[in-house]
Design a protein around this ligand. Structure first.
Ligand SMILES: *Cc1c(COP(=O)(O)O)cnc(C)c1O
Length: 377
């Protein structure tokens, strides 16, 4: 492989920070996690940020803190990574899939109302590929029907909606991922932002075994403290080694987004005159972080999506199918008998993600463009 789908961007700063965490002797959740949470909350303009092991656990805890449990329904898109819906099932609740809009691959606000029942408790919109969903409209529908909004912002760190950064919660919770496929990475890692003080306390409890007094506090105490366990919690902690890396990644974020923006513009220009290809068109009210660059192939295409992917691979260039559909996966077969989501299925089947990472050179990008152009003409 000469051109991968993505590549994390690390420098000596991340290496140094990880080494310092190790040298300090405190390697699990500790002072560096607290520092990362503070920096993250400040970056997003949120009151609280709570670090977790990954975004799937962030979503699980947020849904639990929203009171979601067995018998409840949560409306979410099927066109998303499977973790969006799995987190709902981890609570014993049922995901109810709604359509996405074909121009931004995000939850269609007009398809929410028809799916609301007396069991609906929450809406879980996804800011897909870093492109913010129409969150104002979704929150208005939620408010009207007494539903809680949990934003799956796994890919959307740094993106903004009507000049507000994703993460200053529009809904009650926003959940982020630091997996290497996302814009900043800590290997694995997640973060929840919320403005609600009670929810923050509950999330911190649930994250750490339901422990009444965190180990960091006992470590510093001058008098013996015996902790108690006030609820059945989880071990969903981030480590201080990861947080140390995260703090350095956060400093690079705006620079990496500028690189991605430039690469996206170059792709858009290169494909502008190419029949059969629709380039992404962010709605005028959003600024995406370009976590992924996905093009949609139209019907007059001479090759299929999978053939195009194979031609790229033959030249050593990675690509990925567009965002998956959850309702067509075997794990969801029993839940989704007879469910058809034509807009979602077409959007997923006809889109392809092309390589993009901040270090991508103009030559590398030209190689990708040239293979795509040759395949399509
Ligand atoms: C990556 C991703 C997740 C899962 O994130 P992890 O940190 O790997 O658990 C969830 N939802 C969406 C939309 C994602 O892209």
């Amino acid at each position: 492989m000469t051109i991968p789908i993505t590549k994390p961007l690390f420098g000596p700063e991340e290496q140094q920070a990880a080494c310092e965490a190790i040298a300090s002797g405190w390697v699990t959740q500790g002072p560096r996690v607290a520092e990362f949470e503070k920096a993250f909350a400040e970056y997003c303009g949120a009151k609280h940020a709570i670090a977790t092991a990954n975004c799937t656990t962030a979503l699980h805890l947020s849904l639990l803190a929203a009171g979601i449990g067995p018998g409840d329904e949560v409306i979410c898109p099927s066109m998303s990574f499977i973790a969006s819906a799995n987190a709902i099932r981890h609570c014993g609740a049922t995901p109810v899939f709604a359509e996405v809009r074909e121009h931004d691959f995000n939850l269609d606000p007009d398809d929410i109302l028809p799916r609301i029942t007396e069991r609906t408790k929450a809406i879980l919109p996804v800011h897909q590929l870093g492109m913010p969903a129409e969150i104002d409209k979704i929150c208005r529908i939620a408010d009207k029907h007494g539903l809680i909004v949990v934003e799956d912002a796994a890919c959307a760190i740094g993106s903004s909606y009507r000049s507000v950064k994703i993460g200053r919660p529009f809904g009650k919770f926003a959940c982020f991922s630091f997996h290497p496929r996302k814009v900043i990475t800590t290997g694995e890692g997640g973060m929840i932002t919320t403005d609600d003080d009670d929810a923050e306390r509950l999330l911190r409890l649930l994250r750490q075994h339901g422990m009444s007094v965190p180990d960091t506090v006992r470590h510093r105490a001058r008098e013996v403290i015996i902790e108690s366990y006030v609820c059945v919690g989880y071990n969903y902690r981030m480590t201080d080694i990861q947080a140390a890396i995260g703090l350095e990644q956060l400093k690079r974020l705006d620079g990496m987004m500028a690189d991605r923006q430039r690469l996206a513009e170059r792709y858009n220009c290169a494909f502008a005159d190419l029949p059969g290809v629709c380039v992404p068109q962010p709605p005028e009210y959003v600024v995406p972080n370009w976590q992924s660059y996905a093009v949609r192939l139209t019907d007059e295409m001479s090759v299929s999506r999978n053939e195009l992917m194979q031609r790229l691979l033959d030249q050593g260039i990675a690509s990925r199918r567009g965002v998956m559909t959850i309702h067509r996966e075997p794990a969801y077969a029993d839940l989704c008998v007879g469910l058809e989501l034509p807009v979602t299925e077409a959007a997923s089947d006809h889109s392809v993600i092309l390589p993009m990472y901040p270090q991508m050179t103009d030559e590398e990008q030209e190689q990708v463009v040239s293979v795509v152009r040759k395949a399509l003409t």
